[in-house]
Structure formats: C-alpha cells, structure tokens
Write a protein that binds this ligand. Structure first.
Ligand code: THU
Length: 160
C-alpha cells in the first residue's frame, strides 16, 4: 500500500485586466454569450468562448428547461457546437464566465464534473491540452493548463 498525492496546479489572476490581451478578448466574447443564456429557472448565467486552431471562436451558454434535467451547461453546448460545426478541429482555449441575477458572482466558477468529463474526451482525442480560464462575473480568474488536470482518475475510452 502506498499513498500518492494528486496535485493540480493553476494560475490565479487578480482580475481580467491581468490576462493576456487575446484572452481578455475571448473573455469579452464569453460575457456576451453569457448575457444570452437561457436560464429562467436558476437565474445563473454561464457563458463560454472556445478558440479553435483554425482561429474560429465558438460561443455557448447554458440552456435550461422546465423539465430541469433536460437543460444543458454552457460548456457542453459550446464544445458540442464546435465538434458539430468543425469536427476534428482542435480547441486551443476555453474561457468561462458566470453571473447570477440573485448575487454578484465574485469567485471563479469552474466547469461541473459532467462538463469536465465531456471536455476531457475532446482533449484526449486532439492530443493537445486545452487551456482553460474561468471566473465569475468579477474578480479572480483561474487558469488551468489542461482539462485533464482538473479531472484526476478520469474515465476514458481506453477502459472499454
Ligand atoms: N451551469 C453551467 O452552464 N456550467 C457549469 O459548469 C455549472 C452549471 C449551468 C447549468 C444551469 O443552467 C445553471 O448553471 C445552474 O446550475
């Protein structure tokens, strides 16, 4: 028996203004996408912008449903849009921003577990890491160098 440490490292920026200018631009697009989220039930709006290797930017936001589990997170809307419109084109960066009608979201909002699992499939397939930046509506931004570093001990097709 042995104990192991599984460590995830991340970079924390105090504010969007500290981000590289191209990432700030991507974050601005995610904010625009966030404003168009369909989130009448949770009132929690999430916007995502993906930068593809062909320089296309793909946007997504959460889409809710009166039958709650039928809704979908912004990250999966965005990655499926990208894979549907640009199959096989690598994703270089993914940025996330979240806001709420009920409060100021001033902490970084990372992708939920199901989104991490979904995104990991594409990162594995493309054999190149996807850089992820996530924030709330204001405040700190977290950068992770890859999706898989956010998902230790993940399940993938090699088990099948
Ligand atoms: N949501 C996302 O879009 N992404 C996440 O990673 C977490 C949650 C959405 C789903 C739902 O519409 C709302 O936020 C509240 O859970």
């Amino acid at each position: 028996m042995k104990k192991i440490d599984v460590v995830a490292s991340a970079t924390v920026y105090d504010d969007v203004s500290e981000l590289p200018s191209d990432v700030q631009m991507l974050m601005n697009k995610a904010v625009e996408a966030r404003k168009q989220a369909y989130a009448p039930y949770s009132k929690f709006q999430v916007g995502v912008a993906l930068l593809l290797e062909n320089n296309q930017i793909v946007l997504g936001n959460n889409q809710e449903n009166a039958a709650y589990p039928s809704g979908m997170c912004a990250e999966r809307v965005a990655i499926w849009k990208a894979s549907s419109d640009y199959p096989g084109v690598k994703v270089k960066q993914l940025v996330i921003t979240a806001s709420s009608i009920n409060s100021v979201v001033d902490r970084p909002v990372g992708p939920c577990g199901a989104c991490r699992q979904t995104l990991s499939e594409y990162e594995i397939n493309q054999k190149e890491p996807i850089e992820i930046y996530f924030m709330g509506a204001v405040g700190k931004v977290v950068k992770s160098e890859s999706l898989l570093s956010l998902l230790p001990f993940s399940f993938d097709s090699s088990y099948l």
